[in-house]
Design a protein around this ligand. Structure first.
Ligand code: FE
Length: 206
């Protein structure tokens, strides 16, 4: 397959040690190089399988194949967004939302603290492996918090993603063992509100 028709692992927008102590160098390296990479490889393998079957006009187990595709592409996309919506604490990370994003959050949740509480509860209560996501509906012009299981379950089509938090155990076990709540609390120190605001502004212009 041509290289540009395949997924590839994006570079992180910061060094592996940049998010410490909230996410350690070892934890971030493992998450990016092993876990995110596994979704890149997984997505490409399914695409190759589809290409091959089409070339040979062969049958496929579509139920299993497409389930796998959704899982790996979902994992690939969410991790890419996740890296982008973080920055080193005190150097782009942490603090409060700003600009249009702040207006969107206040308009829906009343105040930032209420949003933070809802997002935290969403993240800590994911059953098994999954994500918390702040998304936006262009139809109602309202933000919506989603709780995704795995990388693809409970996803509502057509919503644009503003902010995500990975709460798979692979995101935090080296740093926090099984204490997901502690990781979620630490996440607020490294949210790149500027990046999330830019995404919001672009979306509002559409
Ligand atoms: Fe992950």
């Amino acid at each position: 397959m041509e290289a540009d028709k395949m997924y590839s692992l994006p570079d992180l927008p910061y060094a592996y040690n940049a998010l410490a102590p909230h996410i350690s160098e070892d934890q971030l390296k493992l998450h990016h190089q092993k876990h995110h990479m596994a979704y890149v490889n997984g997505a490409n393998a399914v695409l190759e399988k589809l290409d091959k079957a089409r070339k040979e006009n062969a049958d496929l187990d579509f139920k299993a194949t497409l389930k796998e595709l959704s899982f790996h592409v979902g994992g690939f996309k969410l991790h890419t967004l996740f890296w982008e919506n973080m920055a080193p604490a005190g150097n782009g990370g942490g603090g409060q939302p700003k600009g249009e994003l702040l207006k969107v959050i206040n308009g829906e949740f009343g105040k930032f603290e209420r949003f933070k509480k809802e997002f935290t509860m969403t993240a800590t209560s994911v059953e098994g492996s999954g994500w918390a996501a702040l998304t936006f509906c262009r139809k109602t012009r309202r933000p919506l918090i989603m709780q995704l299981e795995k990388h693809n379950v409970n996803l509502i089509p057509g919503f644009e993603v503003l902010l995500v938090l990975d709460v798979w155990e692979h995101a935090y076990y080296l740093d926090y063992k099984n204490d997901r709540a502690k990781f979620v609390e630490a996440f607020w120190n490294i949210v790149n509100w500027d990046a999330v605001n830019k995404r919001t502004e672009m979306l509002l212009k559409k």
